[in-house]
Design a protein around this ligand. Structure first.
Ligand code: NAP
Ligand code: GCO
Length: 266
């Protein structure tokens, strides 16, 4: 196999969760560019209609499913529908996620549970749904979208950091438990990426100056910029392709250098 073929996803079916927009959309676009047929889900018809138009505008024939990733019955039905529509899932990207920025002492247990349910438990539900087909085929790729918060803490994100830290360990456990079936499970740990999720952290101040958190991230990132969703495409194609067949249980941080950096010297 030549080196370009090692990165090819020709003939593969990829399911990217929460890929109507943001990081999921860019990852789906990257996987499609490498040859994969794309399935994605989101929760509302409104987002679905816009997403289908956005995929079509990029020349991508994506198949969309309305599905809440925290509901096991909906997930099982979506995976069965994809099997009928496109073939069984070869590549799963667990991307759907939310964040709640609330000081821990003020956070309700319901709010904490909702974040853990979507950001961690759903990756278990989704992976469980695709594993039987992957085990039968003796081939599969699962990519979990982790975070800086898989490694670091910060004020107001106790639930998110707990979930993303747990997702890192679920990644290592799937790799350990199913590696003998030629299934690779790896994570991508994005740094701070400009998407709707982080829009509140980048809002301009009334006087036109940068949001203090925006300035903090620029100072904390050796690349001195926020990432774009497109910055994640290459890592996703690598971890979805035969080029990574001996990479398992790894978290690939795509963070402009944040985790390598102690911070700007005074
Ligand atoms: P985003 O713009 O808010 O998009 C999140 C997506 O997840 C939306 O499409 C949303 O779909 C979907 N989603 C949420 N809950 C869902 C559920 N229960 N069932 C199905 N879909 C659901 O977020 P993003 O910034 O692109 O982030 C994508 C992933 O990367 C998340 O896991 C996030 O934690 C992670 N991440 C983001 C950053 C960053 O800086 N942006 C950094 C590190 C990691 P609906 O519209 O239908 O709700
Ligand atoms: C936050 C952000 C997170 C980060 C990301 C870092 O409030 O800390 O919104 O979502 O962007 O997860 O990797």
């Amino acid at each position: 196999m030549n080196i370009m073929q090692k990165f090819s996803l020709e003939g593969k079916v990829a399911l990217v969760t929460g890929a109507a927009y943001g990081i999921g959309f860019a990852i789906a676009e990257g996987l499609a560019g490498a040859g994969a047929r794309i399935a994605f889900n989101c929760r509302s018809q409104h987002h679905m209609d816009k997403a289908l138009a956005d995929y079509a505008a990029k020349g991508i024939e994506a198949k969309g499913y309305i599905c809440d990733v925290t509901k096991e019955d909906q997930v099982q039905k979506m995976v069965a529908d994809i099997r009928k529509d496109l073939g069984s899932v070869d590549i799963l990207v667990n991307n759907a996620g939310i964040i709640k920025r609330i000081p821990m002492a003020e956070m309700s247990v319901e709010e904490f549970r909702e974040v853990v349910d979507i950001d961690l438990t759903a990756a278990f539900i989704m992976s469980k749904a695709v594993l039987p087909d992957m085990m039968e085929k003796k081939s599969g790729k699962i990519i979990n979208i982790c975070s800086m918060m898989s490694e670091l803490g910060r004020e107001t994100v106790s639930a998110y950091a707990s979930a993303k830290g747990g997702l890192k360990m679920l990644t290592k456990n799937i790799a350990s438990e199913y590696g003998s079936y030629n299934i690779q499970c790896n994570g991508i740990g994005p740094g701070y990426i400009a998407t709707p999720q982080t829009a509140p952290l980048r809002e301009r101040q009334a006087d036109g100056s940068r949001h203090p958190f925006d300035s903090f991230i620029i100072a904390k990132t050796p690349a001195e910029r926020w990432g774009d969703p497109e910055d994640l495409m290459g890592a996703a194609v690598f971890l979805a392709s035969p080029a990574s067949d001996f990479v398992n249980g790894h978290i690939l941080y795509v963070d402009g250098g944040i985790l390598a950096y102690i911070g700007k010297q005074p």
